[in-house]
Design a protein around this ligand. Structure first.
Ligand SMILES: C[S@@+](CC[C@H](N)C(=O)[O-])C[C@H]1O[C@@H](n2cnc3c(N)ncnc32)[C@H](O)[C@@H]1O
Length: 195
């Protein structure tokens, strides 16, 4: 459903990221790499896996994925950051899409692994966003999602994940991380029911 205040909030967020796209990597690459390394220890890759990086930003995660899987889809609302992602990643197995995480232009039940690093805090309804992500993922697909500690308490973050239909496999919560890094599995089947 299209709702004007919600969309205006998304446009505001998009504009902020567009305006700062030139300095995103300088500001955040060390912080993000820390999260990726912790997450990737817990993920099982298969060369044929379809991987979705939702809110991919400047594509910092891609270099960790390109040799591991055949297909990587990066989705973001900021055209400025998607241009950076394109500039920084020339591999042909990366497909970039300008889209809203709440309205994914993907078939349901197709993606094997989803990453959503430091994205949920930007979303007007994180629960709705998680449900949309889960629809794109296969049942039992691995979904790696982070929750910014200054926005979510650990309890609220866990509650949110479970309410959306995710089974928590592990949560990385080191003092060096600004986010909780949750490794989860989708329990939702192709018809949208929790199994
Ligand atoms: C803190 S950045 C994280 C970027 C990337 N995941 C990383 O690890 O560096 C948040 C990202 O979420 C994107 N984003 C915010 N709202 C979005 C929306 N509604 N749909 C898709 N992407 C969105 C922003 O454009 C930005 O790239």
């Amino acid at each position: 459903m299209f709702d004007v205040p919600t969309w205006n909030e998304k446009r505001r967020v998009k504009k902020c990221y567009d305006l700062t796209s030139n300095i995103y990597n300088i500001r955040y690459s060390e912080e993000q790499k820390n999260k990726y390394k912790r997450a990737l220890l817990n993920v099982n890759f298969n060369q044929k896996s379809i991987v979705l990086d939702i809110g991919c930003g400047s594509g910092l995660l891609f270099s960790y994925l390109t040799s591991k899987v055949d297909t990587i889809i990066g989705i973001d609302l900021s055209i400025g950051l998607l241009h950076k992602a394109k500039e920084n990643n020339k591999e042909t197995n990366i497909h970039l899409i300008l889209a809203d995480a709440d309205n994914l232009p993907l078939q349901t039940n197709k993606v094997n692994i989803v990453f959503a690093f430091t994205m949920l805090q930007n979303m007007p309804s994180p629960l709705m966003t998680l449900k949309e992500i889960i629809l794109a993922a296969k049942t039992d697909g691995q979904i790696i999602v982070t929750g910014l500690k200054k926005v979510f308490s650990l309890e609220k973050f866990k509650e949110l994940l479970e309410k959306s239909g995710l089974k928590i496999v592990a949560i990385e919560n080191g003092s060096d991380l600004k986010c909780y890094v949750a490794i989860t599995k989708s329990l939702v089947n192709s018809k949208g029911f929790i199994k």
